[in-house]
Design a protein around this ligand. Structure first.
Ligand code: GDP
Ligand code: MG
Length: 440
């Protein structure tokens, strides 16, 4: 999605004045980009119509930089369909607040239950997790493991008690929460691989038994056009109050995010961006809009980066990128820091203009980092500072020394050069506020 849009905007930027036909052409491109990204047709229609109307209006013609003005309009409209200013969770005036999770099997409900509990705990709440997925064998155990990881108690039927009634479990959990002073109850429910009426009826029965303050529809952002159908079915079936998008780490298109709000008129509250319990964010429509436009989610990046970097090392790194003294040692250093920051994939998606790098790097994982480390450690200090020295025989020596193949060494060097190039461009391009840009 963003590649197309970036290209469209680039061609606009060179123009001083925009004719109606320029605008029509741009809108057509945007329309195609959105449709390609699996955004629902009706959402695309109303979006492009709004952009077109505003772009043809006076503001754009009077503006100093009309192209920039069109970009702003697109950004604002994107933000609007993603939910405007966004909203947080609604809490009950009389605790416990009940949050029920609904969605297809595999959408990420159980994982999300843990993430939500962790997030709420950090906000000073005392959540309890409730196991109402009694359908899938192992579902209760899975929630118990997640609960253990975030140190939040799990309310579940006694093992072997033969109790298989999720409605009763949900009801009983409220009394448990009141007794044990848990102020938030998070109800994990069962899903099916496809939408079916039994599942909906069960979800409705649980909902009616506990009258939740929030029913969160958990939606796998990777399911493309199916997102629309599923969102509609759950909207009709349980009438959810908010949405959580999961697997946004894998969603390069952003289509689901754009459709779901438009189709259901429910806000997206949170985003899940990976399998780890830390891969979780409050959903910011403005940031998502920027991310879709590939301007880089600088704010989110900064927040995550600040956890792992201090100011000094950032300035130092930036200097290195600019002055061309970025070495393999620095590369290794950065790889390790990035590892600390969370999943590489989600970081890369946030770097301005770094989309091109993403594909190549999708295969970078911890093992890869360990191998990279081994290879770099097998180089002499001189070689690390001056990789140009690395001729065929040196590469062979390094491969032997680190127990990898020469191809591995070559691949690493190619990646390093690319990182060097990319970081130099980004640093020169005046995006100075990105701390410790990981050259990955
Ligand atoms: P449920 O059936 O809705 O309860 O889904 P689960 O919570 O069991 O998740 C299904 C699978 O998706 C598991 O393997 C999770 O680790 C994975 N998963 C959940 N959320 C995310 C996410 O945000 N990103 C990625 N990449 N995987 C996720
Ligand atoms: Mg589950």
């Amino acid at each position: 999605l963003s590649d197309r849009l970036t290209e469209t905007f680039r061609s606009l930027r060179s123009k001083g004045r925009l004719s109606p036909s320029d605008i029509d052409k741009t809108v057509r491109e945007i329309r195609r980009a959105l449709l390609d990204s699996d955004v629902a047709l009706e959402v695309v229609k109303s979006f492009t119509q709004a952009v077109r109307e505003r772009a043809l209006g006076d503001d754009v013609n009077k503006a100093l930089n009309p192209a920039q003005q069109v970009v702003s309009i697109v950004m604002e409209e994107l933000e609007a369909i993603l939910g405007g200013t966004g909203r947080g969770l609604t809490f009950s005036k009389t605790p416990p607040t009940v949050i029920m999770l609904a969605g297809l099997q595999g959408a990420g409900k159980t994982t999300l239950a843990g993430k939500l509990a962790k997030y709420l705990k950090a906000e000073g709440h005392t959540p309890v997790l409730v196991a109402c997925d009694l359908q899938r064998p192992g579902a209760v155990d899975q929630l118990q493991i997640v609960g253990g990881q975030v140190e939040v108690p799990v309310f579940a039927p006694e093992p072997g008690s033969g109790v298989g009634d999720p409605v009763k479990v949900a009801k009983d959990s409220l009394r448990f929460a009141t007794d044990k002073l848990h102020d938030v109850v998070i109800v994990d429910t069962a899903g099916r691989t496809g939408v079916d009426e039994d599942m909906m009826a069960q979800a409705r029965a649980i909902r009616d038994a506990v009258t939740p303050d929030e029913v969160l529809f958990v939606l796998d952002a990777m399911i493309g056009q199916d997102a629309v159908h599923t969102a509609r079915a759950f909207g009709d079936g349980v009438d959810f109050t908010g949405v959580v998008l999961t697997k946004l780490d894998g969603d390069q298109k952003g289509g689901a995010a754009l459709s779901v709000k438009g189709i259901t008129d429910r806000d997206i509250l949170f985003a899940s961006t990976g399998e780890k319990l830390d891969d979780f964010e409050v959903f910011h429509p403005d940031r998502m809009a920027k991310r879709i436009l590939d301007l880089g989610d600088v704010m989110t990046l900064i927040e995550q980066a600040q956890k792992a970097f201090d100011e000094e090392s950032r300035a130092e790194m930036e200097q290195k990128f600019l002055s061309d003294t970025f070495t393999l040692d620095d590369f290794l250093d950065q790889l390790q820091q990035v590892k600390k920051m969370g999943s590489l994939q989600s970081m890369i998606g946030m770097l301005p203009g770094a989309r091109g790098m993403k594909e190549q790097l999708d295969n970078v994982d911890d093992k890869d980092i360990a191998r990279t480390e081994a290879i770099i450690r097998s180089m002499t200090p001189t070689e690390r500072v001056n990789p140009k020295l690395l001729n065929a025989s040196r590469r062979k020596r390094i491969a032997l020394g680190s127990g990898v193949s020469v191809t591995d060494v070559n691949q690493l060097m190619a990646r390093f050069e690319q990182a060097q190039k990319m970081m130099k461009t980004v640093a020169k391009g005046g995006v100075p506020q990105i701390p410790g840009m990981g050259p990955v």
